[in-house]
Ligand binder design. Structure first.
Ligand SMILES: C[S@@+](CC[C@H](N)C(=O)[O-])C[C@H]1O[C@@H](n2cnc3c(N)ncnc32)[C@H](O)[C@@H]1O
Length: 285
């Protein structure tokens, strides 16, 4: 399975001590020190998780023809948003982690980036330069696994405020039905070339899998030495809950896929899932 990842709490074995950043991001302490993993991981992210052209082709196709307004929710290093911007779309990427947003803004000037908690998407609709409404919003790389089940209705209600009527929403998360049916899960080790030709190896495992929460343990090595190890809580979302929550929020599930190649979703198949939804057109007042 390859879901992208977000180990938000980490124990630094070697590296900087970003206590101020930990306070700013508000993550709770675990182990030696508390920070968001992505604060220090931004530099390695694209090496370990290179953006696949297939993802942006999929998103561009769902956005429709012409120059569209797109929102990347939990954009990370901005590789999807940035490249969709380079392709001519008007794109905004938001992420809770300022290090990610800083890296994205430096690297991808063709898109706009903003530090924002995805649970506050409605804040995009206000301010001196409103960035809403969007024709399509997307949240990929299992980012939405940070929402607990009770947070979903509010999240979807706020999302709806920044989409045009009939606007589309693409969500990509792991196949939680498969994970729940299996228990502990160890991902294949992800390996990539790091700075100066060093070998990066990322270890990821799900432990104590339950319908409400999963412990996500991660460890990043550089040339065999552990750089970081971390733990965070993710929240499974079954296909049944996904369908129910979206229907209740006024979204119609148009496609439910296993992959960007168009393979249909199968709860018994290891991997991810992609839901393509459209927001109901509201009646004129
Ligand atoms: C696994 S990365 C995926 C990044 C990108 N979507 C991709 O597919 O490459 C998850 C991202 O979600 C962000 N994130 C986690 N919780 C968030 C929240 N509540 N609001 C906004 N971003 C969040 C993290 O900072 C991280 O950059």
């Amino acid at each position: 399975m390859d879901d992208g990842f977000y180990p938000g709490k980490l124990r630094i074995v070697r590296g900087r001590a970003p206590a101020a950043r930990a306070r700013r991001t508000g993550y709770a302490a675990v182990g030696v020190i508390a920070v968001s993993f992505f604060a220090d991981f931004a530099a390695h992210y694209e090496a370990l998780f290179p953006a696949q052209p297939q993802v942006r082709e999929f998103l561009a196709a769902r956005a429709g023809p012409g120059r569209r307004r797109l929102l990347d929710v939990g954009c990370g290093p901005g590789h999807h948003a940035g490249r969709l911007g380079e392709a001519g779309h008007d794109v905004v990427g938001v992420d809770i982690e300022s290090a990610m947003i800083d890296a994205a803004a430096r690297r991808y000037p063709a898109a706009a980036f903003r530090v924002l908690d995805m649970r506050r998407l409605d804040e995009l609709a206000v301010g001196p330069a409103p960035r809403a409404p969007f024709d399509l919003a997307f949240c990929v790389g299992n980012t939405a696994a940070h929402l607990s089940l009770p947070q979903w209705p509010d999240f979807l209600a706020r999302l709806a405020t920044v989409l045009v009527p009939g606007g589309r929403w693409v969500l990509q998360i792991v196949n939680w039905d498969f994970v729940l049916g299996r228990g502990d899960y160890e991902f294949p080790v992800r390996q990539a070339a790091g700075p100066g030709g060093a070998t990066l190896r990322l270890h990821r495992v799900y432990r104590d899998v339950s319908p409400a929460a999963v412990r996500f343990l991660t460890r990043l090595e550089e040339d065999g030495r552990t750089l970081w190890e971390g733990e965070q809580t993710l929240h499974p979302l079954t296909a049944a809950d996904l369908g129910r929550l979206h229907a209740q929020a006024g979204f119609t599930l148009q496609e439910h896929l296993a992959d960007y190649d168009g393979t249909l979703f199968d709860p018994a198949r290891d991997g991810g899932q992609i839901a393509v939804c459209s927001l109901a057109r509201r009646d004129a007042p």
